[in-house]
Design a protein. Structure first.
Length: 241
């Protein structure tokens, strides 16, 4: 009973932390949108200022929409629902196309992300869900980098498996935290910037999504200074030439 009580107390603390985090993350863009709306309605602005406020409004609206989508995704993923739409795709073509779209989404220069190697295989995935995995890894790389990101994605094929290695060249994750990063509500606060926002669910979602795809994700790292390497593996079939 004592161990169960301790476990339940920890779960309650995690959920309390989650509620506080998500409430804060939702209130921030809402407050910003409200302020921008009041400013546009009640003040005479120059054309430059007007379009600057519209640009901020668009960014905050997108951020709010993304947060809501993330909350809805919790139920979708953790219930293992049949809402996933699986299709067979050329792995190399899909990844390169998804990365080009994400570069635009995150406003990254082309030289900030490179895709190298070839798998020459076909994978069966839910494109939206798997793009969400890549998006989360890029987002984390940006958050935890003290300098412009330098992301490299390696593609390969081994023993009927599609291999994707995501390297960000950032601060890295210390050995004692490498298994914990895939747990719910876990946020690593060992970096100088302790005000990083998030719900601590991103990497857990990545793992859950890949498990639904009968794949896996691991974090690999030899030294903290070399950045973080995420190793992703999915079932794949060689393309017939």
């Amino acid at each position: 009973m004592f161990h169960r009580l301790i476990k339940q107390t920890r779960i309650n603390r995690m959920y309390d932390s989650f509620i506080i985090s998500i409430t804060h993350d939702l209130k921030t863009p809402i407050a910003s949108i409200q302020l921008i709306g009041e400013t546009l309605a009640n003040r005479d602005l120059s054309d430059n200022a007007y379009f600057d406020f519209l640009n901020r409004l668009e960014k905050d609206t997108k951020r709010l929409n993304q947060l809501i989508k993330s909350i809805l995704e919790i139920s979708r993923i953790y219930k293992k629902s049949d809402m996933f739409s699986f299709v067979s795709l050329n792995a190399d073509f899909y990844v390169k196309k998804a990365i080009r779209a994400l570069q635009i989404q995150f406003n990254l220069d082309k030289d900030r992300i490179s895709v190298v190697g070839y798998s020459d295989c076909q994978i069966r995935i839910d494109p939206a869900a798997f793009t969400g995995v890549l998006s989360n890894l890029i987002d984390n790389s940006i958050k935890y980098s003290s300098s412009p990101v330098n992301i490299k994605i390696y593609l390969g094929y081994k023993k009927k498996k599609f291999i994707l290695i995501f390297s960000d060249g950032g601060r890295g994750i210390s050995r004692k935290y490498r298994k914990r990063v895939f747990k719910k509500f876990v946020q690593i606060r060992t970096f100088p910037n302790s005000t990083l926002k998030g719900m601590g669910l991103g990497l857990n979602w990545c793992r859950e999504i890949l498990q639904i795809h009968k794949g896996r994700i691991q974090v690999q790292q030899k030294r903290i200074s070399t950045g973080t390497f995420f190793y992703i593996e999915l079932p794949g079939e060689r393309l017939v030439n």
